[in-house]
Design a protein around this ligand. Sequence first.
Ligand SMILES: [Zn+2]
Length: 356
Amino acid sequence: MRMSPKRKASRIGSLLSKPFILARSQANNGAALTIAGIDAKTPHPEGGTILRRANGEATGVLLTLAKKLVEPHIPPLTQDQEERAILKGLQLMAAEGVTSVHEAGISRKRLPAWENLARQGRLPIRVYGLLDGNDAELVANWVKRGPFDSDFFTVRGFKVYYDGSLGSRTALLAGPYSDRPHEAEMTERISIEAIRKLAEQVSPQGFQLAVHTIGDAANHKIIDLYRVLRRKFPARDLRWRLEHAQVLDAKAIREISQLGLIASMQPSHAVGLARCQGAADAQLRLARRALDTQGNPLFCCDAKDPLWAAASRLVSSAGFNRAGSPDFTIPSAQLKDIKVIETWVDGRLVKPFTGS
Ligand SMILES: [Zn+2]
């Protein structure tokens, strides 16, 4: 049923009057900014940036650690709400035929929901959990406790954020961003020294480290750190991860292979990278494509996007075409026609979801 333009406008108006945050794009509306007390005079917090209009007014976009200004004002979800949100996400995955996922950076707040779902046998698919490595208390507790393994839920690693992202121009690049370089705020969220200490704290217990590295400069710094760590812990292969590993040059690709590191890439980033010309000259794009990704695709509700990006390594100037009728041809064209009829995990039919 179509909404009349008038009704639509009033609906949008009533939505806008409520505070909201678009988490992925780090955008807050005016009502959210008011609650957090952010105005033209609010200084940039350490490690973060408040994007402003020419007149100094905040646009609502809070980059990297600036989100800490609003976080204390967000009412916490109840554990029941957390569990329902997690189950909904996992059921979407199951509907796409996915039988196992990695959840990177589980926070202290959300962990009890995961643990409870696992304990009650309610996880529809298998989950490999990496805890929030930027949370010192959580790290200390788990180092005492050691990794947790069970059939459907495993905790055996920490994800730590090193740089930002391309979209917000906060990733650490070796050169300036070619589009709007003056707006770039290349950010180191944690020092290399702190990551080294974290690795030395968690690896004797057998925990894996996954460092969020987007830019080429960030990737080089973490590769150098992993080289030192591998020398220090030669006996164990902890499968150190470069999370995203989005912009790589030829040297980084060589070193990743020599050191046996995991470039935990998302094929769909190939599409994003082409859109964000700021990061990628042609050479970097070619180098990135040359790296044979092992998968771990990052996606929301449609597994076919990353499957297609991984198989075709093609990017479309028009963006990825979900609906079909692609404006490029690929040998694996059949991928888009995949239909998931049933998903079975551990002898159990989870799609259509039967609940349990
Ligand atoms: Zn990340």
